[in-house]
Write a protein that binds this ligand. Sequence first.
Ligand SMILES: [Zn+2]
Ligand SMILES: [Zn+2]
Length: 389
Amino acid sequence: MRCDHCSNDVPDGVFCTRCGAHQGTTGELGKASASAKIREHSYAAHPAEHVVQPSVFTTLFPHLGQHKIHEFRWAFAVGLAGIALLYVAGLITAAILVATFLVPVLYLIYLYEAQVYRDEPAIVLGFTIGGGAVIGLVLTLIERAAYNPFPAVGNPLTNIGVSVGTLLFLGLLVPVVQEALKPLPALFLPNRLNFPETVDGLVFGVAAGLGFSVAESLVAFSSALTSLPAHLTPGNWIFDLTTLAVFQPLLQGSATGMIVAAVWRYRRGSLAGREIGGVAMAVIAHVAFSLGTLLLKESAVSPLLVLVFQAVVVGALLIYVRYLLHHALLEEAAHMGFAETVCPNCHMHIVASGFCPNCGVALTASPNALKRARKPVGEEPTKASSGSA
Ligand SMILES: [Zn+2]
Ligand SMILES: [Zn+2]
């Protein structure tokens, strides 16, 4: 059949394998054609979801198919339950450690699972997670030297009344400097030319952000980790633990992921308002997160409200990451050549170019093992080859 959107001859399917457009939805209204091509109801990395949906795993773990996503959601839930158990048992130090490492360890498993780093795990992991951790360690130590949040342990009164200078430092300067430095290891990846896709850039950025997050959290909680008795009555720690296990790593990971993805787009020569907006969104979200958390804690509102605020900021950031990735996948997946493969999402055997004709998933975001197993089948639909040059 002939695609109504890109005019290539493509195999029959619900989605066009060349441009990813949702077929059979033209001619209803004037606007239908554009929306079928952009298909925001069907997120390119996970077609069962809308683009505008604050989902963590299908956004930051874009190579995983439906089934694997569920495994990771379960592992995350089990980790959170473990933290809650440690907290209830009064093992706060252990709970802090598990909370710090939960998301980064899941990400490491994901990188292995999808083989995002292809043949060079050491270089890629070293420059992303490792580089992020080194920058996180150095930067957080400098921040602590400049401003110590616990100047006099045992006298909590000294913490009351945060000055304007403190707000500007912790709420504005620190987030902006962090967003400027966190992406550096991923950006200077020596073999980056082997990873031209924006989805790779995103994943490397997230990994660097999570490496940073581990180092930052360990330094920030170092005094608690070393001075708290191994066992104590659970106090208000559950709120800090939630931030530490969920919102802090997700913020650090997705902000850096978005910035690195935008730079990847720039290197491909497709920098547009969407990418500049992505960088701005990452910085603004980080400032809002830090400043808002400080001000809310200062005004002594319910700690639950602080968590709700953090969730809203992280949710908005995740949606922008998806929006950026969705359009990057639609634009970049068009020239892969026809090949026999198995769809990582719906598990159908398909002859496809850039998108699964059945479920519409972008095949650039499939695990590396599947990409290798692609069997080229020549240019089956004859007219397709002439138009692609
Ligand atoms: Zn098409
Ligand atoms: Zn599929």
